[in-house]
Structure formats: structure tokens, C-alpha cells
Design a protein around this ligand. Structure first.
Ligand code: NAD
Ligand code: UGA
Length: 441
């Protein structure tokens, strides 16, 4: 009240928590970002961003310097005058059954309940199954009987690598509430965005929770669909790029998320498709389409490896393979569930020496692959004298690298492109033996 204490507290300062906190501060709110990992908060206080996300450092530093964005491990301090408390902790796959593991959400709810002394809206931004909002409510009621509060849902749709712009210029904002009071608070939170014309969709809590899974699993469906079409092209002829354009130009279908590749990876689609299937099973209303989407995606790494083996003349045993890209997509350092990492593992198992380079993902890849592969300091080191090159992630640096450069560096001009970044004509002209996805040449 009249102080400079944070109005918004964000619990969990990972990708989503940090981006949301920084962007809400950019929109004018005083925001405290809380994390239990001390090292993360210490770094952030010193202006060091623990993840690679283009443009995020500027937003964080600008708002921290303006005093609107603070970092703490002390949840009570962050909640002192907060009117809105956003839960943005992880919801990874629970190994046991594929469901989202809600232990971090529940623990955060308990932490919030113990520190909250006044009315606030507790908003779940983490991706959570239908009904989680009710469970969060029960936990807070149990831990802090008599507290006046509301729960709400506000799923996040940002993409890694594009996170700041996705947050600041959203296709839509979704809020799920069950009281006028909570709805008004959340509408006020997003007024700086709706005032600029960005759409806000207001619904009930369960619908809001399900919208997130519906959106992610539908996008994953588009990816598996186009990948399956690409496989068919490889058998019957045709160019998947033309097919993608031809079908995507229909506004009802849409051009995006129809790029064929090694299969979707990352921290979201793999886990959210699994969780959706679990939600369907539990409700005795199976998500059959999503089950098929997962099956198609699971076959991708194996198919990609088979492509490399074929390009290598039937065996990769004893061959040196340059692997360009380890992250699950460009402009991130995230290698969680990255198909490139799976491909690397399988190539090594088949006797290949893998020399990898990724502009941002090397450190995290090393945590997963250890000494199984060689981490090259530059792209040129990776391709130098390799028997063949596999392009697994479409980083700009790889796409821009001159074809003559590839030719001169490689022992043989063989390129397996899992992202279809080069044209068949250019590759043929440059004298490459070129293997890509869903294009017969
Ligand atoms: P993350 O693992 O990067 O970050 C989670 C953070 O929460 C960690 O820093 C962890 O230390 C912290 N944390 C956990 N429990 C805590 C507690 N009790 N108190 C304080 N801090 C705590 O996860 P993420 O990628 O940001 O994902 C968070 C959620 O958002 C997930 O549900 C995910 O599905 C969803 N989501 C992610 C993305 C994305 O692109 N990464 C996009 C949209 C939605
Ligand atoms: C995805 C969604 O796009 C976000 O809207 C959502 O908020 C987020 O998940 C989440 O819930 O966490 P993200 O995982 O960052 O974002 O990355 P995407 O750009 O969606 O890519 C996912 C995977 O699909 C990548 O491996 C990418 O290479 C692959 N992909 C994507 C394709 O193979 N083809 C395409 O056409 C698009």
C-alpha cells in the first residue's frame, strides 16, 4: 500500500517464470521472481541470465535497474503485498505413468499458503492437467484455514527462442477463473496488453487448463502429420516442401508447424502429449489421435539414424560424422528431449565417431552425453575431414555457411539434412550427395 513492494510474485524462475516476470515488469508491474535455487537468484541479482533466450537479458536488466523486477529466495518477502501470485514451476513427465508430475506445483502451493496473509489470486501458469486448480485451492485451504483467496489458471504459450516477443505480443491471453474478483484482477494484470489490442479469452478454470494441452497437442499433431506425409513422399515421390505449402495455404489449415524434421523435441511437446493421453485414459475417453502422434514421433530418431546409415553406404562403423546442432530447435540452449541428442547416441552405438557443434547447446549436451561424443569449438572443426555431415538443428550459422565451405572441409561431400534447409538444385549444382526429408532427388 503506497510502498514499492512487489504487486506480483512469480514462484519458479525458470524459462516461463523469468520471461513472464520480466515481461510483466516491462508492462509496468512491480514483480518479484522467487526461486528455491539460491545460485539462480544470486546470478540474476548480479544481472546474469541463467538461460539463453534472445532479448531476455535486456528486458531483465532494464526492469531490474528501474526497481520493478526483483529476485529472491524468500517467498514471504515476495508475497508481503502481492495481489497476484503466479505459479511457474516445472511439471515434468512422471516416469511411473506419463502424467504430469505435480509435486512442484503442490509444494509451491503449500509454500504460498504458509506465507500469504491477505487476499490474493493464486494463478497457475505451469502447464497442468484439468482439475489442478481445484487441488491447489484444497491445499491452500488446508494449510491456511480462513485465508481469503481465489485460484485461477493462466496458461503460457511462449516458445523458447522467441519467448520475449511471444509474451509481449501474444496471439491471445487465456485466463480461467471462477469468481468476478479473480477475473477482474487478471484482466487488470493484462490491461497493458489488451489496451494494445491483444485478445484476452476469459473462461472457467478447467477449460483454461485444457486449452493449453489442446493447443500443444494440436501443434504436435501437425508436426507428426507432416512427418508422416514426408515418409510417404520418400516412397512414392513428391516434394514435402511443395505439399506443405500447398496444404498450408488453405487458411483453415495454416502454414505454420508443417515443417518436416527429425520429430518434435523439447521440454513441452513430448511431455504434454504424454500427459494428454494420461488425462484421456483417466477420464475413460482416450485421446486416440494424440496416441498416434506420439507413436509417429517415437519412430523418428530411428528413421533419422537409418537415413544416416544409408548415406554412409550401409554402415557408420568407424566413420567420423559431423553433427551440426544439438538443441531441440535453434535460438535456445535447451537440449531436453532433443532428437539430435538421441541421434548422436545411436550413431555412437553403431560405432561412429561423432564430432558435434552447437552454437549454444554444448554445455547442456555434455551433461547428457558425457564423453560419448567430441565437442568441437567451432562448426569448421566439426566438419573438418568428417566422412559425412548431419545437420540436425537449423541454426542460422549452419544455413548461412557457404556450400563451398562444407565441400572443402568434408572428406566426402555427403550431407544429411534433417531440417530441409538447402534446395535440391543448389546441392546438386555444388556436387553434393544430399539426403533430406520427404524429397526424392
Ligand atoms: P524450468 O524447469 O525452467 O523452471 C522451473 C523453476 O521452478 C526452476 O528454476 C525451479 O528451481 C523452480 N521451483 C520449483 N519448485 C519451486 C518452489 N517450490 N519454489 C520456488 N521455486 C521453485 O521450467 P519451465 O520450462 O519454465 O516450465 C515451467 C512450466 O511452464 C511447465 O509446466 C511447462 O510445461 C510450462 N511451459 C513451459 C514453456 C517453455 O517454453 N519452457 C512454455 C509454456 C509453458
Ligand atoms: C512449444 C509451443 O510452440 C509453445 O506455444 C508452447 O508454449 C510451448 O511448447 C510450451 O508449452 O512449453 P517450444 O517447445 O519452445 O514451444 O518449441 P516449438 O517451436 O513449438 O518446437 C517444438 C518442436 O517441434 C521442436 O523440436 C521443433 O523443431 C519441432 N517442429 C516445430 C517441427 O519439427 N516442425 C515444425 O513445423 C514446427
Amino acid at each position: 500500500a503506497g510502498s514499492s513492494a512487489p504487486q506480483v510474485a512469480v514462484i519458479g524462475t525458470g524459462y516461463v517464470g523469468l520471461v513472464s516476470g520480466a515481461c510483466l515488469a516491462e508492462a509496468g508491474w512491480r514483480v518479484a521472481c522467487v526461486d528455491q535455487v539460491e545460485a539462480k537468484i544470486t546470478k540474476l541479482k548480479a544481472g546474469v541470465i541463467p538461460i539463453y533466450e534472445p532479448g531476455l537479458d535486456e528486458v531483465v536488466v532494464r526492469n531490474a535497474e528501474a526497481g520493478r523486477l526483483t529476485f529472491t529466495t524468500d517467498i514471504a518477502e515476495a508475497l508481503r503485498e502481492a495481489q497476484i501470485v503466479i505459479i511457474a514451476v516445472g511439471t515434468p513427465t512422471r516416469k511411473l505413468d506419463g502424467n504430469a508430475d505435480l509435486q512442484y506445483v503442490y509444494a509451491a502451493s503449500r509454500d504460498i499458503a504458509r506465507s500469504l496473509k491477505h487476499y490474493a489470486v493464486v494463478v497457475t501458469k505451469s502447464t497442468v492437467p484439468a482439475g489442478t486448480g481445484n487441488e491447489v485451492r484444497r491445499i491452500i485451504e488446508r494449510e491456511n484455514p480462513g485465508l481469503d483467496f481465489d485460484v485461477a489458471s493462466n496458461p503460457e504459450f511462449l516458445r523458447e527462442g522467441n519467448a520475449v516477443s511471444d509474451f509481449m505480443k501474444p496471439d491471445r491471453i487465456v485466463i480461467g477463473t471462477d469468481s468476478a474478483r479473480a477475473r477482474e484482477r487478471l484482466e487488470a494484470l493484462y490491461r497493458p496488453f489488451t489496451d494494445q489490442g491483444f485478445e484476452l479469452i476469459s473462461t472457467d478454470i478447467i477449460s483454461s487448463e485444457l486449452i493449453k494441452y489442446a493447443a500443444n497437442t494440436f501443434l504436435a499433431t501437425k508436426v507428426s502429420f507432416i512427418n508422416e506425409m514426408a515418409d510417404i513422399c520418400e516412397k512414392v515421390g513428391g516434394d514435402i516442401g511443395a505439399i506443405s505449402r500447398g496444404m498450408g495455404s488453405d487458411k483453415r489449415i495454416g502454414r505454420e508447424f508443417l515443417k518436416p524434421g527429425p520429430g518434435y523435441g523439447g521440454s513441452c511437446f513430448p511431455k504434454d502429449t504424454l500427459a494428454m493421453v494420461h488425462i484421456g485414459e483417466k477420464a475413460l475417453s482416450p485421446a486416440t489421435i494424440v496416441e498416434a502422434v506420439i507413436t509417429v514421433n517415437r519412430s523418428r530418431p530411428h528413421r533419422m539414424v537409418a537415413k544416416v546409415v544409408q548415406a554412409a553406404g550401409g554402415s557408420v562403423d568407424g566413420k567420423t560424422i559431423a553433427l551440426l546442432g544439438l538443441t531441440f530447435k535453434p535460438n535456445t540452449d535447451d537440449v531436453r528431449d532433443s532428437v539430435a541428442v538421441l541421434v548422436a547416441e545411436q550413431l555412437v552405438q553403431k560405432g561412429a565417431t561423432v564430432r558435434a557443434f552447437d552454437p549454444k547447446g554444448m554445455e547442456h549436451a555434455r551433461e547428457m552425453l558425457g564423453d560419448a561424443i567430441t565437442y568441437c569449438p567451432t562448426m569448421a572443426d566439426a566438419i573438418g575431414d568428417a566422412d559425412l555431415c548431419v545437420l540436425a538443428t537449423e541454426w542460422e550459422e549452419f544455413v548461412r555457411f557457404p556450400l563451398e565451405g562444407y565441400r572443402e572441409a568434408l572428406r566426402n561431400p555427403i550431407l544429411v539434412d534433417l531440417r530441409n534447409v538447402f534446395s535440391l538444385e543448389a546441392m546438386a549444382e555444388a556436387g553434393f550427395e544430399y539426403h533430406s526429408i520427404g524429397r526424392t532427388s
